[in-house]
Structures are given as C-alpha cells and as structure tokens.
Design a protein around this ligand. Structure first.
Ligand code: 28G
Length: 642
C-alpha cells in the first residue's frame, strides 16, 4: 500500500478518493450490489461500445462470460485514444478508467450518453468495483495494454505489439467482497443484448457463455431495427396488417417508432430513451398516445368510419391490440419516478406528438386497407368498453355501496391497515376451509376460489367485470381494474396466490397471474403479488419433529442430514402432498402461512417483454407456439396444464 502512495500527485489522490467513494457506496452508482447491480457492470461497458457504434465506427460487439465469472467485452471501434496528456502524464484511456464520470463529462462521442438513471456512470465505476480489470486497445498501428486492481492502476498503458486493426477489449472480474453474487444470468444478458441490437439497427452483438461444460452462444443482428423488434414481439400473435408501420425522424430529438396491431386485447407499448427502457413511460409516451388518439379519430371522421356527431374513440380503444416500440434520443434526459425510468423532459411530448401526427396521418391516407382494419378493431373495442361500463354499473347497482361491499366468500382479517394485511387467494373450498381455520385472523384474509376460472387473454374487459370468479378478486383487492386501477387503494399489502403444486394448481396460478398482469399490472410492479409455497413432502418419525420439504433437493438433503444423526430412510415415513386439502389447518399454518416459517415467492416483472410473451403463448389462441414453448421449457412448465 504505502509504497504506492508517494507516487501520486494531488490529481491522482483525488482520483483514488473518487473511486474509493464508489467502493464505499456502490449502490449510489449501480443501484444495488445484488445480481442486478452485477449486470449493470456489463451494461456499463457494453454501453461504451454502443456509443462507439452510434458514432458510426463499431459494427460488432463480442461479450464472453469466461469460466470464473470473468467478463470479456470486445468492440471493433476506433479504440480508446492512447495519447498521453502532457500535464497529467496520464493517457486518455487511463483517464476513462480511473476518473469518475470521465465518459459523461467529456461529452462521450454520440452526445446521447445518459446522465441520469443507472447507466452512464462510466467505465471507472466498473473498474472501482472489480477485483481486477485489464484493457487492451488496438489503434495507431499498435496494441496497448493497461491493468488495474480494485480501481488502482497496477500497470500503466504500454505498447505491447503491433496491429493493423482497431478496437477495444476489456476483461474484468467483479469484486466478490462487494457483490452478493458473481453469477451472471446468461438469459438476462441475452435478453438485454437482443434488445440493444433491435435498438441499434445493423449492430451485431454476440454473447457466449463458456462457464459451463456446454457453452451457450447467441448472436443478434437486425437490419430492420425497430421493425424487427415489433416482428419479434408479435411473433406469436395474429396480426391485423402484414408489415409494421415505421416512423423515423432525425430532428433535435431523434424519434424512431414501429407499430403493428394484433387481434389481442392487450396494449403493448415499449418506450426507450437513449436505449434505456423507460418502464414508467413519460413525456415521449404521452406524446405518442396523444398523436395516436388524434390521428385515428381524425381519419375515422374524415372517412366516415364514425359519424361527426359520434363521441370520439377513446385512447384505450385505439390502443387495444397495439404493439409498438418508441425510441427517442434525448441530450440531457431527466429521469423521474419511483425507479427513475420515467422521462421528464417536457419538450419531448410535443416533438413526438407532432411528428407522429404527421407521419401516421400520411401513412393512413396511403394505406386505406390497413387504416380500415385497425379502425374496425378500435370501433369494436369502443363498443365493448361501452358494454363494460354498463356491466360495471349493473354490478355497482346490485352491490349498492360498491366500494365497501366485499365478496361473500371472503373471510376478512380484523386489521384494516393494508401495510400489514394479507389476502390468500386459495384454490378449492376444502383448502379454503383449512386456511380459514389455520390463519392468523388479525392480519390474514382468505378468499377461496373454485370452479373454472376465466382466461382473460381471450376475453375483453366487458366479460371481466361481473365475472363471478374474478369479481370477488377485484372487490377484495379493492383498487379497481384496468385504467381505473389505483395501487394506493389496495386493501392488502400482500396478495398471495395459494394453489396446489399440481397441474390444476399451476393452471389457476397462471390464470390469476395473467389477470394481474393484464388488468392490475401496478400490483405486480409494486411487488404486492406473491406465490405461497406449500411443502411437497413430509418426513415423520416418532420422537422427532416433522420435517417439511419444499423441493426435491430438500428431500435429498433431509435424508443426508438425518443419516448423519443415525436415522435411516426406512425408519421414516414419507408423505407426498398432492394438494393443500391434505393438510389440516395447523399444518397449513405451520408450513405455508406462518410468516416466521413460510416461503413466499415474490412475483416480479423484471422483463415485461418476456412476461407478455409467456402469457400470450400460454393463454392465447395459437397452438403451435404453445407446443414449442412447452417442449423448450419442459422443466418450468412440467406442472402447467395448458
Ligand atoms: C470493449 C469494451 C468497451 C470505446 C472508444 C472510442 C473513443 C473513445 C471509446 O473516446 C474519449 C472523448 C471525446 C475524444 C473517440 C476514439 C474519438 C476518436 C474514440 C469501449 C476522446 C473517449 N477515437 N471506444 N472512447 N474521447 N469502447 N468498449 O469502451 O474526445 S470507449
């Protein structure tokens, strides 16, 4: 340690303090030190390659997960400049890797580096949070190399050979004293790189995973950009028109949009700012929605598809069945919202709105058959919405005091504080009965469901209000549905689906999750939906406490542990639980409902694109993709009856 210190001048000490700050509070820079934060390291480095691609110099990015969780990223760009600054005596490349925010401050090269949010913190943050980093640069006829240890330069940039090529290669090993895990999830990275390749037309991204015996590899390269993206999103859906509508304009805020309507009832709009998924939407989404509503209404009226005196088609009618990707580039994006993924720049609304008005307006004029197909669907959506409103009013009238009326089957809890309250949605009357007796009635409510559940993927909103299976769920949760859903009104902080570990249980779980995903999405986004995990096995022997196992591996482990205590297999009785109904109330409480003992799995929505894909496949009309999905995911779906 000490022998390094005298070498540093004032500038360098500042550098070290900067990177030390990153190591002290990594969460401030990369969000968290969980597997999510870990992935951010990779995105950070790959973002630099994408910037070089946007500048027009890089066409291929190669990412390798090497054995030992070493990450290697290589691009074929110009190579980070190697020239030494006369005053600081430090190369441009070393500066990028040791000075906090160097990339952002010096303007990046595309001009669209992200200044807010989690991306764009720069390569120096990755360096600071890595046990070691090495950077190899090819440019100006040479190969250059430099090395770092936990952010400190251990080998200055030096020329190690000749090369006619150009590009940058970075290898790093994340610091396991900082991160909870170094286990990169191949699929998460693959999905992100596919998305990046869609968003940057022509860019080729290769990912390889060499960590296990059987290597994995994928390559993404889409000449169609967002059009390819929408094709991909709709691959399992029935389309209303053959080709996605494509809109592009390179003004002060470059905007790129692809749209295609399907026969589905859901709305799938994905928005991006500087290649970052803006999950919470924002001003760009606002502008896009306003333009859609106005353009389609104008067209419908001027072509007599709706009468001048008719009320306008509502935005939600026009978005039924839409799949769209909206990508904008903003110089100084302001990110707001809970997860800092909502664009705040107010000028963007008008820019997107007027360019979509203009481009979509001309498209519709030039493609009247497409316009007609879409508008017919919008008009029928509008009729269905009207019918849904009537159905809802009927339900309201029947229930007189709509909001305070709770479903008859609900055994509510005594607390009224949503923060501590939980509702168990339980399949079957007998399990419902046990749950009612076994629960802690102070804070646990039970809602039994029985019979055939409605598949919301194949029904419109008018069928959902007033549906005798879903209505109790809507009333119990107490926060409305669809565009009226207000997550701040939920009556329970935890909505727990408790179903059998068998085919029927898996089916009802999928149906309920589809319903929450399509009609109460904020409930999932807010982390309020959970899956109860009933045990699969009980091991019993007189004189010892019953042992419950929640997975096949647990059973093996339990046998081994018991053998170490001198208890052999044949002394134990093994019960395999087929359903919740086989447990008495005490057992159900102890194994599945007691907060100090139970296992709850929180349903998360890291990837709305994947979730949409799965629900479309599992619950939709197309049979072939379903068969393929089941074959590919046999393990996951082994208990799903579909
Ligand atoms: C492989 C993993 C990560 C990169 C470049 C290329 C340039 C660059 C990177 O410059 C400093 C600031 C603005 C010029 C720029 C090369 C201009 C000319 C670059 C990467 C100096 C950063 N020649 N490729 N940075 N700029 N790839 N891949 O990091 O003034 S970073």
């Amino acid at each position: 340690m000490e022998k390094f210190e005298h070498k540093y001048g004032a500038d360098q000490i500042q550098v070290l303090e900067g990177l030390e700050a990153v190591r002290k509070r990594p969460g401030m820079y990369i969000g968290s030190v969980s597997v999510r934060g870990l992935h951010h390291l990779v995105y950070e480095i790959v973002d630099n390659c994408v910037d070089e691609a946007l500048a027009g110099y890089c066409s291929h990015i190669h990412v390798i997960l090497e054995p030992g969780n070493i990450v290697s990223v290589e691009d074929d760009g110009r190579g980070i400049p190697v020239d030494i600054h006369a005053k600081t005596k430090i190369s441009a490349a070393e500066t990028v890797y040791t000075v906090l925010h160097a990339g952002g401050k010096f303007g990046g090269n595309s001009g669209y580096k992200v200044s807010g949010g989690l991306h764009g913190v720069g390569a120096s943050v990755v360096n600071a949070l890595s046990e070691w980093t090495e950077v190899i640069i090819q440019r100006d006829g040479g190969i250059y190399e430099m090395k770092f240890n936990r952010g400190k330069t251990v080998e200055k940039l030096k020329r190690i050979g000749d090369s006619k090529k150009t590009g940058t290669k970075v290898r790093f090993l994340a610091d396991d004293t900082i991160f909870e895990t170094l286990d990169y999830e191949y699929e998460t990275l693959e999905n992100r790189f596919r998305e990046m390749a869609f968003l940057t037309k022509g860019l080729r991204i290769t990912i390889e995973d060499l960590r296990e015996e059987t290597p994995k590899k994928a390559e993404f390269h889409f000449e169609g950009g967002l059009v390819s993206f929408v094709d991909y999103l709709n691959k399992n859906k029935e389309k209303l028109h053959k080709d996605p509508i494509y809109i592009e304009k390179n003004g002060e805020v470059p905007v790129e949009i692809a749209i295609q309507y399907t026969t589905a009832y859901s709305e799938n709009i994905y928005t991006f700012v500087n290649n970052i998924n803006t999950i919470e939407g924002g001003t760009h989404l606002e502008g896009f929605k306003r333009a859609l509503t106005k353009t389609f209404n104008d067209y419908a009226k001027s072509h007599n598809l709706i009468k001048e005196k008719d009320t306008n088609l509502q935005g939600e009618d026009i978005r039924e069945g839409i799949t769209a990707v909206v990508s904008v580039k903003v110089k100084e994006p302001q990110f707001e919202g809970q997860t800092k993924t909502k664009l705040g720049n107010s000028n963007v609304t008008g820019i997107v709105q007027s360019m979509v008005n203009e481009a979509l307006g001309s498209f519709l004029e030039e493609n009247p058959s497409v316009a007609k197909a879409i508008l017919e669907k919008c008009i029928s959506a509008s009729r269905a919405r009207e019918a849904a409103r009537k159905a809802r009013e009927l339900v309201r009238r029947k229930n007189a005091l709509e909001t305070t009326t709770l479903p008859g089957k609900l055994a509510d809890c005594s607390s009224k504080n949503p923060k501590e309250c939980e509702v168990y949605i339980v399949e079957g009357d007998s399990a419902g009965g046990s749950a009612k007796q076994g629960r802690d009635r102070r804070f646990q409510a039970i809602l039994p469901l029985w019979g055939k559940m409605l598949n919301v993927e194949k029904a419109r909103a008018d069928k959902i209000y007033g549906n005798d299976k879903l209505n109790p769920v809507i009333l119990a949760v107490g926060a409305g549905i669809g565009s009226d859903f207000d997550v701040s009104k939920i009556r329970y902080g935890k909505v727990i689906i408790m179903a059998d570990a068998d085919v029927d249980g898996a089916h009802i779980r999928t149906l309920l999750l589809t319903f929450f995903f399509r009609y109460m999405r904020p409930l999932i986004e807010n982390g309020n939906v959970y899956l109860a995990q009933p045990p699969l096995y009980k091991l019993a022997k007189k004189g010892i406490k019953d042992i419950y196992c929640y997975a096949d591996e647990d059973l093996d482990k339990a046998y081994i542990e018991l053998a170490q205590k001198g208890i052999e297999r044949d002394q134990l009785s093994l019960q395999r639980y087929k359903g919740l109904g086989e447990m008495n109330p005490e057992q159900l409480w102890e194994t599945t409902m007691d907060p100090s003992n139970r296992i709850l799995v929180k349903v998360t929505m890291e990837d709305a694109i994947k979730a949409d894909e799965i629900f479309t496949i599992l619950m939709g009309n197309e049979i072939e993709p379903r068969r393929e999905f089941i074959e590919k995911n046999a393990k996951y779906v082994k208990n799903l009856d579909i």
